[in-house]
Design a binder for this molecule. Structure first.
Ligand code: SF4
Length: 260
């Protein structure tokens, strides 16, 4: 059972230090996708409980009014939607805050980069026309067993693949976020072949990242990873994997960049 509550907010667009972005728009605090590796509970410093992560969503009250005001006073620049939690988590289906925000950003001619794990993004392709929009889909693995373990509330990989293909076929610029890569779980050569093949088919760039284990994550991720897994991840055993990924991308003509 998901608990949805309203919280006050003071502004809609915050400055972003992420590459290629000037601003971030995050309408929701908390994320129903409930990924075990999510670092966001750390960022929120207890505003949403880490042990209940995935079970509570806070909706920023009046965030669209603030966005309207921000768009009038700020210099145009690229906006990440969202950079902290998923803008297309299930609650968005009924609230439509992300959809309304995209419309306003479009009218104000602010470029937008969406990142999600959800095919709900397809609902809004009618807004995302033109060069000012791009859609990033997080594909951690092509195997649903990975999703069931690590991303229990997120849509299955085949739905994400379909959404990416659909967005690309409609002319939207797309990219894949392949991360976090967890040694022994989603770093096999077969996985790399499938994900790079998808990138080639959809003309998507790949951005990849490793798992950075934070103390607050340990209770959740410790349900799946053993102490040995955690130690080996901390020692960093992914150099060979990332070399294979980059070589495969080069062979397929796919642009590939590290996110760290
Ligand atoms: S989808 Fe992203 S924000 Fe949501 S729980 Fe998973 S990692 Fe965290």
């Amino acid at each position: 059972m998901i608990e949805v509550k309203a919280i006050p907010c003071k502004s809609a667009l915050s400055r972003s230090a992420l590459p290629g972005l000037m601003y971030a728009f995050n309408p929701y605090v908390g994320c129903q996708h409930g990924c075990l590796y999510c670092y966001v509970p750390d960022v929120l410093k207890g505003r949403v409980s880490s042990s209940e992560w995935g079970g509570e969503v806070l909706v920023k009250e009046g965030v669209l009014d603030h966005l309207r005001a921000d768009l009038k006073r700020l210099r145009p620049g690229a906006v990440g939607v969202s950079t902290v939690t998923d803008p297309y988590q299930p609650v968005e289906r009924s609230l439509g805050i992300t959809r309304e925000a995209l419309s306003m950003l479009k009218d104000a001619e602010f470029p937008v980069s969406v990142q999600t794990k959800s095919p709900l993004v397809l609902r809004d392709l009618d807004i995302m026309k033109g060069d000012n929009f791009e859609v990033g889909m997080t594909i951690t693995s092509m195997d649903d067993a990975f999703r069931r373990c690590f991303e229990p509330g997120a849509p299955p990989p085949e739905e994400r693949v379909h959404a990416l293909e659909e967005a690309s076929s409609k002319g939207v610029r797309t990219w894949i976020f392949y991360g976090p890569v967890i040694p022994g779980f989603n770093d096999s050569p077969e996985e790399i072949e499938s994900i790079t093949g998808l990138a080639q088919r959809t003309r998507s760039r790949i951005l990849y990242d490793r798992l950075n284990i934070k103390p607050m994550m340990l209770t959740r991720i410790g349900r799946i990873l053993s102490v040995n897994d955690i130690l080996s991840i901390r020692r960093g055993t992914l150099e060979r994997t990332f070399r294979t990924l980059e070589d495969t991308c080069k062979r397929r003509g796919v642009r590939c960049d590290s996110a760290f």
